[in-house]
Design a protein around this ligand. Structure first.
Ligand code: HT7
Ligand code: ZN
Length: 843
């Protein structure tokens, strides 16, 4: 298939004035009757070509007269009047046979849709592109008790329900759900006093897992009013939980559809991480109502316009609900694990890509998370007040439109008078900038000398310097802050900044709050790191000093056989003991860089990373930490015990996360005694699962894993955890065997994306296990990707990114992975999705 290019964008030659759809639902033979008013686009005349895939056209009419269009596998074309006209067509589709989960499909007997990005074309012939926006009316006919679509409810009766969505929307926001569902209802009054009916629709039996999601929804609605001035705009807001879903959730207008794992929560089945993630995803999808739905994207190259902004908004929300410091650290950890990894490999692409073969492959960490970072930088550069003004202008100017990144930047230029042409490189240049800093103390003046460089990425050998906001603070050698945070604006390849009026040479705290998504290198010593860990007023850099220290130490342990250094152990212990610090923060301070991150760092320092050596170094350091902290750990365990019933709030979750981090260390010393006791007594999933993880990590826990399965066999979401954890926590030489054994388990329902990811996402996340000698993990994943690709290309393509780092490894591993990728590439019916990914990885 040929790539599509941003530069080739042309508007559609027709406007869609209104859409009427009738669905006669039948699992194997659903009829879709479309009646659509089109009118010629006089500003951009063009051919009348509709998208359509897998549709069986029964008849078509224009203005009531039968026509016989030319139909290909992907499109329909015919002669049309040079004036407004009514298009009618009836197609038959087969939801029961739809395993790709795009378009209209069945999940546990429930009809549901997924139309983003290009799924609507599997429902009826239509200009399936985001810049064609229209109001939709929908009639659903079936004998199912619940029938939902977008917008407000209309007439309903025996065997039918009608819906009308007054807000013009692109087809990717269309949704339909029908099935035997029950509602968890509530209400919300908007700030202007409008009453909105809220519902979370679930399978009977899941009603008890909806309360948390509903609270999160109401909190999101209130927050968007208070922080962004955005009010909800329909009479109802429906959320539906679906078991078979390719991603997390979908923001269809007025009818959000969620992967059940991203909305259903209860203390005994969900971890604190699940609670936080569910809160964030509900917020994210809700926030799309304005950033994505009311203002959408002109074309799919502009995906970051809605996704980057909406991620940024959900990050702000979580910070406001919980802790800004902890959220920023969590976000940096995720960005480094997913986006930096992507940006440093063959799949690197700009936040706004310039071409694609399959758009589904561009719902990436770069578009989402780096897209959010770019907005965070913009806000830091213009300031909070200007950001708010620019956003108000954006909503005002572009409501009801399909926009571009140029439109987005223009509202900032118009608000602030700034020229953002250089800043725009953040959208067009792929790759993570390397920022290095050196310090100089000369004649009582302190200088910071910066250099930036962005390595080549596919198709982009040379990069221009970017605008980098660098938040800096200075401490004196006693640890007192002598210069509070100031944002330096770097625009050149090399640039220096001077600080005057200082009595002594200061200690620099650079890139505070992770003010730009760059890799910072800074020559420093252990004493300085320990000082920042103890005294930095910026919580991110306080944590980062420890993280950088650990990374450096672990790299030296791998390359030089260095022992765990007591300077590091002392500094972390001091943080652990500091009761003035938030427990969630102290838990993060005990964390170590991921083994994948260490592999990349070693690779960049000129070494061929050995995943087993990295694993051993981490194990050695964790053991040393446990020993070094052994007098303190029991007290932490005792202090973090929760009193009263489980509460999912941030403070309670923070205590549990510190308790569980301490438990992981204690398990290294007591052979798992404390973990076994916690497993036996836990009254919530956070503590039960953490205890099981501790046991599996030290090679124990088989009995507990069996007990866990017996206890949770009936709960599909908890069983995903059971599948995943055993692989994630397996020793390197056992991970692939365990994964393989699990694929033979009768409960390995691999066509369910959550279950597939539980095993294979965990296998690739277990770096030493995935890359264990012999290549068994590679072969196993390759075989299963081939199998999954035939039923669900989108998920297969996403999971294939497990191989994206292959070029950093030794010749044997490279040869093994290349063979797997080439075998996949040679498969005769490989999907466009997976073919594109494999091709890009092999190039
Ligand atoms: N806008 C959505 C992205 C999406 C998606 C969701 C579910 C299944 C398939 C999907 N393809 C694209 C989700 C979001 O970012 O909010
Ligand atoms: Zn989104």
């Amino acid at each position: 298939p040929q790539p599509v290019y941003l530069r080739d964008y042309r508007p559609f030659g027709y406007h869609v004035d209104e859409v009427h759809l009738t669905f006669r639902l039948d699992p194997g033979a659903t009829r879709v009757i479309a009646r659509i008013r089109f009118s010629p686009n006089r500003d951009a005349p063009g051919p009348f070509v509709l998208d359509g895939e897998g549709l069986d056209l029964k008849w078509a009419r224009i203005d009531g007269a039968a026509i016989y269009p030319e139909v290909t596998e992907t499109s329909l074309t015919c002669e049309v009047p040079d004036a407004p006209f009514t298009w009618e067509a009836e197609v038959e589709i087969d939801p029961a046979a739809n395993t790709a989960l795009e378009g209209l499909y069945l999940s546990n007997g429930m009809f549901c849709t997924q139309c983003e990005a290009e799924g609507f074309r599997r429902i009826t012939y239509y200009p399936d592109r985001p810049d064609v926006m229209a109001p939709f009316s929908v009639r659903i006919e079936s004998d199912l008790p619940v029938m939902l679509s977008n917008g407000n409810p209309g007439a309903a009766g025996e065997g039918f329900a009608e819906w009308h969505d007054p807000w013009p929307k692109p087809a990717y926001l269309f949704a339909l759900v029908a099935g035997d569902l029950v509602a968890y209802p509530d209400r919300f009054t908007t700030r202007s006093g409008r009453d909105v009916a809220l519902n979370i629709w679930v399978r009977p039996g899941d009603e008890g897992k909806c309360a948390w999601g509903m609270e999160a929804l109401k909190a999101s609605m209130r927050w968007d009013e208070e922080v962004y001035g955005r009010e909800y705009d329909l009479e109802v807001f429906n959320i539906v939980a679906v078991d078979d879903f390719n991603m997390g959730a979908m923001e269809n207008k007025g009818l959000n559809i969620f992967n059940s794992s991203c909305v259903l929560a209860s203390a005994d089945t969900s971890t604190d991480a699940d609670f936080e993630r569910i809160e964030a995803i509900i917020a994210h999808e809700y926030f799309h109502n304005w950033t994505g739905n009311r203002i959408t994207c002109r074309d799919w190259f502009q995906l970051c316009l809605k996704e980057g902004l909406t991620v940024f908004r959900d990050q702000q929300f979580t910070g406001d609900m919980r802790s800004h410091a902890v959220k920023r650290i969590d976000d940096a950890i995720t960005l480094r694990a997913r986006q930096f990894r992507e940006d440093n490999g063959p799949l690197a692409h700009p936040v706004r890509p310039e071409s694609f073969v399959e758009i589904n492959n561009f719902y990436t960490a770069t578009v989402y998370e780096k897209g959010a970072e770019v907005i965070g930088m913009l806000k830091r550069l213009v300031g909070d007040a200007a950001y708010s003004k620019a956003l108000a202008l954006y909503f005002d100017r572009h409501d009801g439109q399909a926009c571009t990144i140029e439109d987005w930047l223009k509202v900032f230029e118009d608000t602030t008078g700034r020229d953002l042409s250089q800043f725009k490189h953040w959208y067009s240049q792929a790759g993570t900038p390397r920022l290095s800093v050196t310090e100089e103390w000369r004649d009582g003046v302190f200088h910071l000398h910066f250099e930036q460089h962005t390595p080549p990425t596919p198709g982009q050998p040379d990069k221009a310097p970017q605008v980098i906001p660098i938040a800096v603070g200075l401490l004196n050698p006693n640890g007192d802050e002598v210069l509070p945070t100031r944002v330096l604006e770097m625009t050149e390849a090399k640039q220096s900044f001077a600080f005057e009026g200082l009595a002594t040479r200061p200690v620099a705290s650079v890139l505070r709050d992770f003010s730009a998504p760059v890799i910072l290198s800074q020559e420093t010593d252990n004493a300085t790191r320990a000082l920042l860990m103890a005294h930095d007023t910026d919580p991110f850099n306080k944590w980062e000093a420890g993280r950088a220290f650990a990374k450096d130490l672990l790299c030296r342990m791998v390359t030089d056989g260095a022992p765990p250094e007591s300077a590091y152990l002392d500094a972390v212990l001091a943080m652990l003991r500091d009761e003035g610090l938030d427990p969630a923060f102290r838990a993060l301070a005990l964390g170590l860089p991921s083994q994948d991150d260490l592999a990349q760092t070693l690779y960049e320092r000129g070494h061929t990373p050995d995943p087993l050596a990295i694993h051993d170094a981490v194990e050695t350091l964790v053991q040393a930490m446990a020993q070094h902290m052994q007098d303190t750990l029991p007290r932490i365990l005792a202090d973090m015990v929760q009193d009263g019933p489980f509460r999912p709030d941030a403070a309670s979750a923070g205590k549990r996360s510190l308790g569980n981090a301490a438990l992981a260390l204690v398990s290294r010393l007591d052979g798992g005694k404390a973990a076994a006791a916690q497993f036996a007594s836990a009254d919530n999933m956070t503590q039960q699962l953490a205890a099981l993880a501790c046991l599996l990590t030290i090679g124990k826990g088989d009995a507990q894993a069996r007990a866990f399965r017996d206890q949770w066999q009936h709960d599909r979401l908890v069983m995903n955890k059971w599948f995943g954890l055993q692989v994630a926590r397996a020793a390197p030489d056992r991970a692939a065997d365990i994964a393989e054994k699990l694929t033979r388990d009768p409960d390995f329902t691999w066509k369910n994306p959550n279950r597939f990811r539980a095993v294979f996402g965990s296998l690739s996340a277990n770096a030493a296990g995935f890359h264990a000698p012999g290549g068994k993990g590679y072969g196993l994943l390759g075989d299963w990707l081939g199998k999954l690709d035939a039923v669900n290309p989108q998920t297969a393509a996403r999971v294939s990114t497990a191989f994206e780092t292959w070029r950093r490894y030794d010749a044997d591993r490279q040869a093994q992975i290349r063979a797997v990728l080439e075998t996949l590439a040679a498969k005769p019916d490989l999907s466009r999705d997976t073919a594109e990914m494999v091709q890009r990885m092999l190039e």
